[in-house]
Design a protein around this ligand. Structure first.
Ligand SMILES: *[C@@H]1O[C@H](CO)[C@@H](O)[C@H](O)[C@H]1NC(C)=O
Ligand SMILES: *[C@@H]1O[C@H](CO)[C@@H](O)[C@H](O)[C@H]1NC(C)=O
Length: 473
């Protein structure tokens, strides 16, 4: 054999062999959003208790550094944090198995919140006159892609400081693991040990007159029934719910990249242009999700108890953690805040590598009936680069105009419905972000048409155990 054909297979083989990847990919496959999809339609609550694992990431199209800092990969699927996501993922597997009918098909329909009253005034009632003497319970519900990972880690790292401010941020270990967030509260069947420990802590806080904070982006997806259960759980507190609204286009792009990096079936072999088409029909990855959460929590706790942070405006005004605290009149931290490590989301360039990987994986599945092991996130670009150089991959810059038009409309709808509850309200910043958005991605059309021969060559170079055979059904 000549030297050249040896090199590529070797390099590939080396990567593909990593045995731990096997475990990672199995858990990742689970990570999906079929659940969110089930949320569509105002009355379509039936499936909403299936919760979506946390997800958060970053987009690099915008050059704002503050954005980069707080937008972070929400740990799921990334090798560095695979531990944090495991429960969530395995639960998601369970959900998938139990609900074969759940598919990523979207159900077109009106936005769940579009029938709510239209209030355009941007003025905000910041002070909610709670019953005298009750401490505050700040329930931060995300949604995903709005800096939740960063917020949770800062709060966790600042527990002692918070206690000094008369605020408890207590997260019981769930199944032996300590996590910075309260995802267990969003699960229909709650971890009993964690719940008991948590309830004890709540009683203690009430007795001492301490405020409490809980945070989980999964709470943005729960059903009204589960929201009622939160009401009784925190009945001794003056409940204040905070969610963050992020412009539709930026959020959808960010969600897409997050799904790419976590091997979410919804995006495998699907370009952003195609994904956006679906998201815009369903609204699930953008304003629809925020609207769903906002209207449910308003219904559950009353309009005055729900506070909506404008993502870009809040960051302009300071650290998002402090903006969260001040939204409900809790004391804020002196800057600088604790430094926390958050895994940055994919850049646009990295996204292209992931797209190529997934198309190759799809090819392997369809032509060789096997599931390709996904390398750890930080290795993937390197690995794909060993196969295909970035500059040789066909790329396509999207026609943004229809996307922008739709996104601007979604954002305007959200403001019309909930503008009176928004803090740091800066529609100009949101619209400007959307107006300036540019996205270039892998040209899926060309790869689908012209790359099969090339994929076949790479397939031959794979080690036999790097693509797990599927049994015939
Ligand atoms: C290449 O493979 C993909 C994925 O299996 C398939 O959908 C597509 O039709 C193939 N393209 C051609 C031109 O054969
Ligand atoms: C609008 O967005 C662009 C691109 O993100 C940015 O360079 C510009 O400074 C923004 N303008 C305003 C007024 O925020």
């Amino acid at each position: 054999m000549s030297k050249t054909p040896m090199t590529l297979p070797r390099r590939l083989g080396l990567f593909f062999e990593l045995p731990t990847l096997c475990i990672i990919i199995v858990t990742m496959v689970a990570l999906s959003w079929p659940l969110v999809v089930a949320l569509r339609g105002c009355q379509g609550w039936s499936l909403v208790e299936l919760w979506k694992p946390p997800a958060e990431s970053e987009q690099s199209t915008s050059s704002e550094s503050t954005l980069k800092e707080i937008e972070a990969e929400e740990s799921l699927g990334s090798a560095e944090n695979s531990e944090a996501g495991e429960d969530a993922e395995s639960r998601a597997v369970g959900v998938l198995r139990m609900s074969p009918g759940l598919s990523p098909t979207v159900h077109p329909g009106p936005e769940p919140w579009s029938r709510t009253q239209t209030v355009t005034s941007p003025s905000v009632t910041r002070r909610t006159a709670g019953p005298l003497g009750k401490p505050t319970a700040l329930i931060h519900i995300g949604p995903p892609k709005t800096g939740t990972s960063y917020i949770q880690r800062v709060l966790m790292a600042s527990r002692d400081k918070l206690l000094g401010m008369n605020i408890v941020y207590y997260v019981p270990p769930v199944e032996g693991r300590q996590k910075p967030a309260h995802h267990f509260l969003a699960q229909p069947t709650r971890d009993q040990a964690a719940m008991t420990a948590f309830q004890d802590k709540l009683s203690e806080a009430v007795a001492k007159g301490q405020h409490v904070i809980v945070s989980s982006e999964a709470l943005s997806l729960v059903s009204p029934k589960l929201i009622s259960s939160l009401k009784s759980l925190f009945s001794k507190f003056n409940i204040k719910v905070v969610l963050t609204y992020r412009p539709f286009l930026g959020r959808t792009w960010s969600a897409y990249k997050q799904h790419l990096s976590t091997n979410n079936p919804r995006v495998i072999g699907v370009s952003f242009a195609e994904y956006y088409g679906k998201a815009s029909r369903s609204g699930t990855d953008g304003a629809g999700l925020c609207g769903y959460a906002a209207s449910n929590y308003i219904q559950g706790f009353g309009r005055d108890s729900v506070f909506i942070l404008d993502f870009l405006g809040a960051q302009k005004d300071g650290d998002i953690v402090n903006m969260l605290l001040s939204a409900v009149d809790l004391p804020t931290f002196e800057e600088p805040l604790e430094r926390v490590h958050v895994v940055p989301g994919l850049t646009s360039d990295q996204a292209v590598y992931f797209q190529m990987w997934h198309l190759f994986g799809k090819y392997m599945f369809e032509h060789h009936h096997c599931i390709l092991e996904m390398p750890p996130r930080q290795m993937l670009a390197y690995k794909v680069d060993a196969m295909v150089k970035h500059h040789t991959m066909p790329k396509k810059c999207l026609d943004m105009e229809p996307m922008k038009k739709y996104a601007l409309k979604m954002d305007a709808n959200f403001r019309a419905a909930f503008g009176d509850r928004m803090l740091h309200f800066r529609p100009d910043l949101s619209d400007n972000e959307t107006t300036h958005f540019e996205i270039c991605e892998l040209d899926h059309q060309i790869v689908r048409m012209d790359w099969n021969d090339s994929f076949e060559k790479h397939a031959e170079a794979l080690l036999s155990n790097s693509c797990q055979k599927q049994e015939k059904r």
